[in-house]
Design a protein around this ligand. Structure first.
Ligand SMILES: NC(=O)C1=CN([C@@H]2O[C@H](COP(=O)(O)OP(=O)(O)OC[C@H]3O[C@@H](n4cnc5c(N)ncnc54)[C@H](OP(=O)(O)O)[C@@H]3O)[C@@H](O)[C@H]2O)C=CC1
Length: 301
């Protein structure tokens, strides 16, 4: 295996440069009484059994803490070899403090590596305070050592500006939907994040291979197939590598062990700059594929 790679965050901390196991999307459970999912436990355990620091993406509203907690208990991987991201959703708890304390208890850990505001939609009506106050709450969790790094998710440029105006501790990450077919979840977010040294994380990086992409033909797919042949890796891995080489941290997941393992091979090859640029250009020319937060952001398609 080629050496695992890390991104350096604006605070100097290092984050494993791919998350191979997201615990939302296909694992998402509608409610607290949804049945326990043994397959998810096995998938997380498998991810934890692979060499290197395993980067797990979790969130309060996925309702998958029971499975993550079980996998963490059964794994022999030391805590410092696991990166755990968690997110505050305001759906279950009223404040980040209540939410994170409950997450830590449920997961049987005493800190998370990264804590994110899951979205920027805060108002006096719901949950009773604005996004700047939400950030102040998250800063307190950082100061208390319960979250080693803090950031946001699904934030647009205007939302980030509000936070930067009042931040004592800057957000190190913005986790957004990002793929070759959606290079700006909201206008200008890619450039703004780069300019402000906020690392972008990409969820749904395999958008071009999902059903939402429709018929998978044309110049982009021809190039993807030829790169898959050239590097002898599957198309999904080429897309994850493209995300990484555009300076963004991919978050993927799979119900299949071989795909979880394949994702760790993203360090075994390197696309040329020309190939990255061509994928970006042809991807941009393709119709937008947006899979999440559609009511809020479809207006930007
Ligand atoms: N902050 C936020 O608002 C959000 C965060 N997330 C986070 O990101 C994580 C990953 O998101 P997700 O959209 O699932 O990520 P991906 O884009 O990586 O999609 C994963 C899906 O793609 C399928 N897949 C994998 N490889 C291939 C391939 N080569 N060809 C075709 N299909 C393939 C998998 O199916 P199979 O199981 O068959 O392998 C799986 O269903 C979530 O679990 C969650 O943790 C996600 C959405 C929103």
């Amino acid at each position: 295996m080629s050496a695992q790679k890390f991104f350096t965050l604006s605070n100097g901390n290092k984050i494993p440069a791919i998350s191979i196991i997201g615990t939302g999307t296909q694992w998402y459970k509608g409610g607290a009484d949804s049945p326990f999912n043994k397959n998810l436990v096995e998938q997380i355990k498998f991810a934890l059994s692979l060499p290197g620091v395993t980067h797990v993406d979790a969130a309060e509203n996925y309702r998958t803490y029971p499975e993550l907690s079980q996998a963490l208990k059964e794994s022999t991987k030391p805590r410092d070899q696991i990166w755990i991201t968690d997110k505050f959703s305001k759906v279950i708890h009223k404040t980040p403090k209540d939410a994170l304390n409950d997450s830590l208890k449920q997961l049987g850990i005493d800190y998370v590596d990264l804590y994110l505001l899951h979205d920027p939609f805060y108002s006096k009506e719901n949950p009773g305070y604005d996004v700047q106050q939400a950030w102040k709450y998250v800063e307190e969790l950082y100061k208390a050592g319960l979250a080693k790094n803090i950031g946001v998710s699904n934030f647009a440029v205007e939302d980030l500006k509000k936070i930067l105006e009042i931040a004592e501790i800057k957000p190190v990450i913005n986790q957004i939907e990002y793929s070759a077919f959606l290079q700006n979840q909201t206008p200008g977010i890619y450039e703004f994040a780069k300019e402000n040294n906020i690392l972008l994380e990409a969820y749904a990086p395999l958008g071009p291979l999902s059903n939402a992409a429709g018929e998978q033909s044309g110049e982009f797919y021809d190039l993807l197939s030829s790169l898959s042949k050239k590097y002898n890796h599957d198309k999904g891995l080429i897309l994850l590598r493209w995300v990484y080489q555009t300076g963004v941290l991919p978050i993927t997941t799979s119900s299949k062990q071989e795909r979880i393992e394949t994702a760790t091979k993203v360090w075994e090859f390197e696309l040329t700059n020309d190939e990255v640029e061509k994928l970006s250009k042809l991807g941009n020319e393709h119709a937008t594929v947006r899979q999440y937060w559609k009511p809020q952001y479809d207006q930007y398609n």
